[in-house]
Design a protein around this ligand. Structure first.
Ligand SMILES: Cc1cc2nc3c(=O)[nH]c(=O)nc-3n(C[C@H](O)[C@H](O)[C@H](O)COP(=O)(O)OP(=O)(O)OC[C@H]3O[C@@H](n4cnc5c(N)ncnc54)[C@H](O)[C@@H]3O)c2cc1C
Length: 457
């Protein structure tokens, strides 16, 4: 059995009613990072996770450079490098008419700039290492970890700020399991339980604001396949295809280790609802592409599906909401609570990446919470500062990605862009820089730059 397929020892159960500095709900990348960074600041943290490790998470499994800087800071990078993973050295973008452009992410030149190009490895493996490291840091700093604990209720009380979140209650096992309901309180509760996080739902409910929005939530479907032609080895490209049958979504092929490829489709839920006939479910579309698409059927000719890997999940995008009632992309904090990652709706609307923003916001919570200053509870002013900081940090790139996402819906424009990019090396270089650096992302939207690179021969 591999190291990441074994149980994780999380220690004894805290007594019912114990008070913590920080409670973190959810032990995915965002929750593990929030727990780890807050524990590193000397806080007594309670980390609770519904599942019991080892556990899977439905994902494309690509871990970009933004994620890797946190993975390194938390001491998880050597753990990953000691296991099998796929080193991403480039991204292939394909358009509806069959043009392709390969954008290089050369490891050496990235490293020279202090950046990392990216890995792909099953989330079963990645999340295991993140959670394990978080457990060590939490327990070293006097905190506790509970696995198999499902949060059923997020508690609040009325105060001078309106309401304040005070803690959580839940059970070992599922909501309906027999065990006793246990309650824990904290100065701040961090919601990191993914797209349907009970903390983020409570925050918007108390403010009478919306949580789910089908124009900003994406459906995602993934399968693992072995022996897909053109993606052998442990280093090489990941592929994103804007093919006709999948537009306005995209079809991806992300190798995760030698001989195994994560294959999937993502599409906005509002767009998915408009599809008819064969295009009704992402699973059906994927089956059709693999069996019939002229560019893919031959590549899957000798490939085999890993049984049981066919699963779907949702991606809450960080695209700015039209007429948002308060904060962008959604109210993500209040007195006594902050949310991170998918719980804060922060998935990149163009690439579908969410791990990086989950880790980044996990860290950001630790710079806004201070156990001495906030011993009487995390106030509304600090929650507001957190939301403003988060949008200052991520709003620009999430807005740019939203524009790109909308542009890719226009088939002719995508065809033209990819064809142009394939012919002009400087567009490939610009896209490579854009993936690595925020400065270049800003430059991309300068009209002169766009005119120069795209329109001039
Ligand atoms: C099909 C698909 C493909 C994707 N591809 C990529 C990709 O290639 N690269 C990328 O960067 N991102 C990708 N994403 C997005 C990425 O998966 C998420 O953004 C990322 O997992 C967010 O991390 P998180 O910690 O915020 O939430 P999650 O990873 O969802 O973790 C939440 C945790 O909370 C736990 N939990 C839930 N409810 C409770 C409860 N009530 N009590 C206690 N615990 C609870 C869950 O068990 C889980 O462990 C993809 C998503 C999908 C669906």
């Amino acid at each position: 059995m591999e190291a990441w397929e074994q149980p994780i020892e999380t220690g004894g159960m805290p007594e019912d009613g114990v008070h913590f500095d920080v409670i973190v709900v959810g032990g995915g990348p965002g929750g593990s990072a929030a727990a780890a960074y807050n524990a590193m600041n000397g806080n007594k943290v309670l980390l609770v996770e519904k599942e019991v490790w080892p556990r899977d998470k439905i994902c494309g499994d690509a871990v970009g450079g933004k994620s890797l800087s946190h993975v390194k800071e938390l001491g998880v990078l050597p753990m990953i490098q000691a296991t099998p993973y796929y080193q991403v050295d480039s991204i292939v973008f394909g358009s509806a008419n069959g043009s392709e452009v390969k954008v290089m992410l050369p490891k050496k030149s990235y490293e020279a700039k202090g950046l990392m190009s990216g890995f792909a490895l099953p989330r079963m493996q990645f999340d295991y290492m993140m959670f394990k490291r978080a457990c060590e840091l939490v327990r070293e700093n006097g905190g506790s970890v509970i696995q198999g604990f499902s949060v059923n209720e997020v508690m609040s009380e009325a105060n001078e700020d309106g309401h304040r979140i005070t803690g959580i209650s839940g059970k070992i096992g599922s909501k309906r399991s027999e065990g006793p309901e246990l309650t824990f309180t904290a100065s701040v509760t961090i919601g990191a339980a993914g797209y349907n996080c009970p903390v983020s739902r409570k925050i918007v409910e108390l403010h009478d604001e919306p949580h789910k929005d089908n124009d900003h939530f994406c459906g995602g479907y993934r399968e693992y396949w072995e022996n897909v032609k053109g993606l052998e080895g442990q280093e090489g490209p990941i592929e994103i295809h804007f093919i006709e049958e999948v537009l306005p979504g995209y079809f991806w092929l992300f190798p995760v280790k030698e001989g195994v490829v994560n294959v999937g489709i993502g599409m906005l839920i509002s767009e998915q609802r408009k599809q008819k006939g064969m295009k009704k479910s992402l699973k059906q579309i994927q089956k059709w592409v693999i069996e019939n698409h002229p560019r893919f059927k031959e590549r899957f000719g000798e490939a085999t599906l890993v049984e049981g890997s066919e699963k779907g999940w949702q991606l809450p995008f960080g695209s700015p909401r039209k007429n948002a009632p308060s904060y962008q992309p959604r109210r993500g904090a209040m007195a006594g609570a902050m949310t991170v990652g998918d719980a804060a709706s922060l998935v990149d609307p163009f690439s579908g990446e969410g791990i990086g923003n989950a880790l980044l916001t996990g860290k950001l919570t630790s710079s806004h919470f201070n156990k001495e200053i906030h011993s009487d509870g995390f106030p509304l002013s600090a929650a507001t500062a957190y939301m403003e900081d988060m949008w200052n940090e991520l709003g620009g790139e999430l807005s740019n990605s939203t524009k790109l996402q909308r542009m890719m819906k226009m088939k002719r424009l995508t065809n033209w862009f990819v064809k142009k990019a394939a012919k002009k090396p400087e567009i490939g270089e610009m896209m490579s820089e854009m993936i690595a650096s925020k400065e270049t992302q800003k430059a991309l939207w300068s009209p002169w730059f766009l005119f120069k690179t795209l329109v001039l021969p």
